[in-house]
Design a protein around this ligand. Structure first.
Ligand code: PEP
Length: 251
């Protein structure tokens, strides 16, 4: 039986006051389930607010949208992995397509960030995905697997087994255009095979959740989760409305 993982990426939405209202509305609808994992990833300014608004709802975790490659220092505007952990985050998004394409984050930086996350007790959620041009050139799988290998390049010992991966085709993020369940399944299968190669033990590689992200809604989430190699979803736009997010998590 799959234990699906639902991750809400609020992006730059919901400051502390709105975040508090969201959590109260969401909790009034969403009853704790033991058969799934729910994670809310607010902007850094709302992290502590979301953690305290969740209170005793330990069935819901909180994550951070980005961490810096360095542990501390003169990096105005940045958040370190240690600070995020201290504020209550348990997970860190790494290599989100907006970080890669809007902020120029490189594969090398994602590798450092994944390692930093582990050093500070955060689970890295490594995001990978091809652009439409790369897909049209037939390079989707090679791009995604290269990003996967590069992001995990600095991990040591048992760390690779503790990662979470999200396949998010860039052309599907925020566009209303979702990958078909069959396309998502095929890419997830390729990612799983690569993880098995890297980790060397099929049983351990099978335990790594591989999420799909890109225009997931309450209407299409079930068809995506039904395919064999999709273990959960990473949701942007539809996660900022508590009713929609409840409908997705209650699927
Ligand atoms: C995302 O930001 O990771 C994402 C998948 O966004 P959306 O659901 O809006 O496509």
């Amino acid at each position: 039986m799959k234990q699906p993982v639902f991750v809400a990426n609020w992006k730059m939405n919901h400051g502390p006051s709105e975040a508090e209202k969201f959590v109260s509305r969401f909790l009034s609808k969403y009853k704790a389930h033991t058969d799934r994992t729910v994670v809310i990833v607010p902007p850094a300014a709302s992290l502590s607010t979301v953690v305290s608004a969740l209170g005793r709802r330990k069935d819901i975790m909180v994550g951070v949208q980005n961490i810096h490659t360095e542990a501390k220092g003169a990096f105005t505007g940045e958040t370190s992995a240690e600070m995020a952990r201290d504020a209550g985050a348990k997970l860190a998004l790494v290599g989100h397509s907006e970080r890669r394409h809007v902020f120029g984050e490189t594969d090398e930086a994602t590798a450092i960030k994944c390692a930093r996350a582990f050093e500070n007790g955060l689970t890295p959620l490594l995001c990978v995905g091809e652009t439409i041009q790369q897909r049209d050139r037939g390079e989707a799988e090679s791009v995604v697997l290269r990003q996967l290998r590069a992001g995990m390049a600095n991990l040591k010992d048992s760390q690779p087994r503790g990662i979470v991966v999200a396949y998010e085709p860039v052309w599907a993020i925020g566009t209303g255009r979702t990958a078909t369940p069959a396309d998502a399944d095929a890419m997830h299968e390729a990612i799983r095979a690569e993880l098995t190669k890297m980790i060397g033990v099929k049983k351990d590689a099978t335990k790594i959740p591989i999420l799909y992200g890109g225009s997931v809604t309450a209407e299409n989430v079930r068809s995506l989760l039904e395919v064999g190699h999709v273990d959960g979803v990473l949701v942007g736009g539809a996660s900022i409305d508590p009713n929609k997010w409840n409908a997705i998590c209650s699927t």
